[in-house]
Design a protein around this ligand. Structure first.
Ligand SMILES: Nc1nc2c(ncn2[C@@H]2O[C@H](COP(=O)(O)OP(=O)(O)O)[C@@H](O)[C@H]2O)c(=O)[nH]1
Ligand SMILES: [Mg+2]
Length: 349
């Protein structure tokens, strides 16, 4: 196990089933001639949004926001091979899409994705696994205590978000257990939205406002309170939380599936939350190290006034960012983040 894994085996996640490395590209034996068996066009296909994936079966929302809206079950059409289909994907379906009990539609196409969140098994592994499609925000959930927050893990999530073109939001839970100000000071150099909450004070309105109109993926170590929060934001979501089951005495510890849930503001506006189980490791082997410093510079909290170095930090070259952080332009927080990111780069190289 590498130095950064969380070391809790509770949340063996389901993503490995969608390992893209197993896709085989068969050479076309007839050279450049297209295959004679052309794919059916499926002109009658209906679009839908993948809500969750369970052992090869997809739950798909069809007719979204129409009187015919329904959640149907679908399988993968053979012609798709092992193309990953993940929560958040938009797909086309054929067959029985009525959603009646016992019916099964077929997914025949995956739409082009706006973003794709991935992870590697570890940092030296370039093989990536797809986690979630089409999210535009990442809610990085971290507990002020229990489990102890680790800035390095937050850096990992930030890098994954930046790499995927997803806007990060930092959400600190359990502020009733510890003061998060020291942790927040570590990230003061970054211009990212921060929301704090405690057992008794959850800023539902503020969070809802941040989430409507977006598709937001939650990430964070198991036990930080992701599912508790999702249940508060989406009444009826019924995500399993870390409460010990009084019947079996065992921890009903996990929400073991990645699931897409609709959130509604009081005025009817909606947004989507994709709750993921605590991912045991979040390798960044697939990330281009060159992107890491760029992302850091792009979110750096630029000091007011003309920059001492002449050009804005966001336009500086990698080595200039390093020079300027070392010169103190982003304070202690900037130095700490840079050091952490450089360690991540050393591990992914
Ligand atoms: N003290 C405290 N406990 C919390 C808070 N939020 C969640 N918890 C508890 O933390 C445990 C883990 O929560 P859960 O939502 O299952 O975490 P997840 O694994 O990230 O989905 C549960 O026992 C929750 O009741 C909080 O703000 N304060
Ligand atoms: Mg959970």
């Amino acid at each position: 196990m590498s130095w950064w894994t969380d070391g809790d085996a509770d949340d063996e996640d389901e993503f490995d089933a969608f390992d893209e490395s197993t896709i085989r590209v068969r050479p076309n034996p007839k050279g450049n001639r297209p295959r004679t068996k052309t794919r059916p066009a499926h002109e009658d296909a209906v679009p839908g949004r993948i809500m969750t994936v369970d052992r090869g079966r997809f739950s798909v929302l069809v007719g979204e926001d129409t009187p015919d809206e329904r959640e149907i079950t679908a399988s993968r059409a053979r012609e798709l091979g092992r193309t990953p289909i993940v929560t958040g994907d938009w797909v086309d379906l054929v067959g029985d899409s009525s959603g009646e009990v016992g019916t099964l539609a077929r997914v025949v196409r995956v739409h082009e994705r706006s973003t794709l969140l991935r992870r590697s098994a570890d940092d030296s592994d370039a093989v990536e696994r797809v986690i979630v499609a089409n999210a535009d925000q990442m809610l990085i959930v971290v507990a002020a205590a229990n489990p102890e927050p680790r800035a390095r893990l937050i850096d990992r999530y930030l890098v994954a978000a930046f790499d995927a073109g997803i806007t990060p939001i930092l959400c600190i839970t359990k502020t009733d257990l510890a003061d998060p100000s020291q942790l927040l000071a570590e990230f003061a150099c970054l211009d990212i939205r921060v929301v704090t909450l405690s057992r008794d004070e959850v800023p539902i309105e503020e969070l809802t406002e941040l989430l409507v109109g977006h598709t937001t993926v939650t990430v964070g170590h198991s036990g930080v309170g992701k599912s508790t929060l999702v249940n508060q934001l989406v009444p009826g979501a019924d995500r399993a939380t870390g409460v010990v089951n009084t019947v079996t005495g065992r921890g009903r510890h996990t929400s073991s599936s990645t699931i897409c849930l609709r959130l509604r503001a009081a005025d009817g506006r909606s947004g989507w939350i994709i709750d993921t189980p605590g991912v045991r490791s979040f390798g960044l082997g697939h990330v281009d190290p060159a992107n890491i410093l760029k992302s850091f510079a792009a979110t750096a909290r630029i000091p007011d006034g003309p920059p001492p170095g002449g050009i804005p930090l966001t336009e500086a070259h990698d080595w200039e960012i390093v020079d300027r952080v070392e010169a103190g332009e982003l304070g202690d927080s900037g130095r700490a983040r840079l050091e952490s990111l450089q360690k991540l780069i050393a591990h992914t190289a």
